[in-house]
Design a protein around this ligand. Sequence first.
Ligand code: AKG
Length: 293
Amino acid sequence: MRNFSAEFAHFQDHGYVIARNVLPPATLQPLVAEFSAWVDQQARDLHADGKITDLYEELDFDHRVVALCRQNQAILAGMDLMHMRGEACFSFLHDSCLLDLVQTFLGPEISCNPIQHLRAKMPSAVDAKSGFMQVPWHQDVGVTAEDSDDSNIITFWLPLSVATRESGCMEILPDCVAGGCLPHVSGSYGTEIPDDVLPQRQAITAASEPGDVVVMSKYTPHRGLENVADYARWSVDLRFHPTGQPSGRDWQPSFPVRSADHPDSVSAFTHAHWSDAWKAALADRTRHKAHRV
Ligand SMILES: O=C(O)CCC(=O)C(=O)O
């Protein structure tokens, strides 16, 4: 198991760390293959319905989705982990390199938190309207229910494309954890921290490459920059918390992914359980309060 004590110390001091070269290419490849196959199927369906004219099969993972989105933004419909529920994705949530990193921050009893997303952040010239593309300043505590106030939920953000200032990586405000939960409001791009309460700090540009993992506390303000590159900035953002603590979304699936005390609890929760639990959560029409505002 790799020693991440330097990364953990940086996280404790500053509320974030960019852990470099955590995931080898072979670990990310099945994820990229699964997401590529999803885009391909979506493109073929739109093509069969006459909604796009070109499949752009010759383009790579980062560029194909942009060319397809230029033709029809419907290519992005349903593109998120809970809707796709892929087997490679479920398997990746148990990846040993990833969980060795997570364990350094949370200990050996780890649950996957349901706040988890896939983002193909489009160049803003193609699609800048959605808050999902251009996430404003917020803390992740701002998108959890109050019952998880004492939970140690930590964010693990992973680029699948090269994430630079130009392609819309994240910006992070360091050294803000001690301030706890800041006020959030409902802004035009989603839940955000108003300018007048945003801590005055020099922001860190969280430039990162596939294999790196950006780790943030739930009190660390961050935002997604505008993508002015010509390719999609693919990323996956995951959260984990110690098993037994409230997830902040108790109607959505949360499940153990590593356990020293109860290893059987991990194998007992299968891909089928995960998929069924998401189907039920997505079909639930109760008005749950997921965000602070
Ligand atoms: O991916 C982005 O641009 C923003 C992600 C984010 O805000 C998050 O993971 O909480």
